[in-house]
Ligand binder design. Sequence first.
Ligand SMILES: [Fe+2]
Length: 228
Amino acid sequence: MAESTSHEPSTIILEDWFREGVLLAPEAAGAVRSLLGEGFGLPVLMSSHRADCPLEAQGWHHDADSVFGPELNYLQVFYYPQDTPEEMGPTEVLPRSHIAKASRDIEWTGGVSTASPAGTVFITIYPILHRRAKATGTGVRHLLKYNYWRMTPPLRDWVVEPDFDFRAANYGGHHQAWWIAHMFYWLCGDAERFRTVGGQGWPYSGSQHNQVGPSYGFPGPPRRMPPG
Ligand SMILES: [Fe+2]
């Protein structure tokens, strides 16, 4: 990282030590396998976001060509090769900002910092709202960014909790739950099954703990289940 000046040093993907130690490290690859299915595709392009600190915060943005919808065909992944505390301007993300196309006033909600130790991989959905945070420290912050790709149709073949209840699950509050549930059904391979009557009906879950009975409008669990 110290020697490479390219903003797209993609040949690092071809280095065995990087493939084994980062791209296919079990902790990262296991999560990617759960989200993208079997035989997921490795990145072919590497972005290097080098920041000479100190620096003011970047503007909040969705990366170019963000597509909003229930499909999850690739992932946006970040890797910190060195310790990246708050003063070195780690990326900030706004969770759930991928479910609304319009930029939001985030001054009052604030983002979530990804300050973390060397070797951290964090996985997001591509259209999430994010920025480089203000950096007050001195030195160079390195960040690599890349995508993994789905190669097979979605199927619920990740590690499943045996008593998971599609009807009672918490999908979130108003304007969120229907989107999140739709994506979850898509990931289970049965987006066609998903429907909602709206209002207080399934999958709205924000007041579920105050209900005296199960939600109305549940369409049933996904029909396509993994073999066995
Ligand atoms: Fe970005």
